[in-house]
Design a protein around this ligand. Structure first.
Ligand code: CA
Length: 225
């Protein structure tokens, strides 16, 4: 597994790169945005860890450049800012996850593993999250082995959440993926459908899988809170 780390703070990049190497990853480091973009678009990586404040090109510009060439490569943004607006902006700009500095390496490692699992899920016919099973061929859904009947839109919403396990998805992103539309006015419909879907997926289960991410939207994850 190859990981690209784009980070200009040398101390941080060497810690990240050392720890990831210990875990068996093949790590490359770029210490400015221009070099990061060049490596990201010339070689293939399984995950990219991208700082936002960088010399030459900032993280947002690097991300835009990466997404022009590759829509799917998982990208984790590192941000010193904890502003909700930034998170939404980066997620909508195509980041798969973000981590606010300072962070523990174990947290970064958990996110990297989750992203690798997500890209694996995207190749699989059946997505399994805790005791939830989503069969992408038959569109059958089971929780704890019990079949759950969903409408077409509910299924599409669940599949989109499941393919993006752990990633907070904004209402705008959900509308454009599930309804193929981008009208701002439609974002209310997302809340309605999420409520219905939650009733069917999480109703009667102690462990809730569909979570609200305040200021962003929704996510499906198996973390126990
Ligand atoms: Ca930096």
């Amino acid at each position: 597994m190859r990981i690209l780390v784009v980070e200009d703070e040398q101390k941080l990049s060497s810690i990240i790169s050392h720890e990831l190497s210990v875990q068996g990853f093949d790590v490359e480091v770029a210490d400015d945005g221009a070099k990061g973009l060049e490596l990201a678009t010339s070689y293939s990586y399984d995950v990219i860890i991208l700082d936002i404040s960088l010399p030459k090109l900032n993280g947002t510009e690097v991300l835009a450049g990466i997404r022009k060439k590759d829509k799917y490569i998982p990208v984790i943004m590192l941000t010193a800012r904890d502003a909700v607006g930034d998170k939404v902006k980066h997620i909508e700009g195509g980041a798969d996850d973000y981590l606010t500095k300072p962070f523990a390496f174990s947290e970064l490692f958990a996110r990297v593993k989750a992203l690798l699992r997500r890209s694996q899920n995207q190749k699989n016919e059946t997505i399994r999250i805790a005791d939830l099973e989503v069969d992408r061929l038959s569109h059958q859904v089971r929780r704890a082995g019990k079949r759950i009947e969903l409408s077409g839109k509910e299924y599409a919403l669940l599949e989109y959440l499941a393919l993006n396990i752990n990633q907070p998805l904004s209402r705008t992103m959900i509308v454009s993926h599930v309804w193929d539309q981008s009208f701002e006015g439609l974002t209310n419909i997302v809340d309605v459908y999420v409520r219905q879907l939650r009733g069917k997926i999480d109703g009667g289960h102690e462990r809730r899988l569909i979570k609200t991410v305040r200021g962003v939207g929704y996510t499906l994850n198996e973390k126990i809170e």
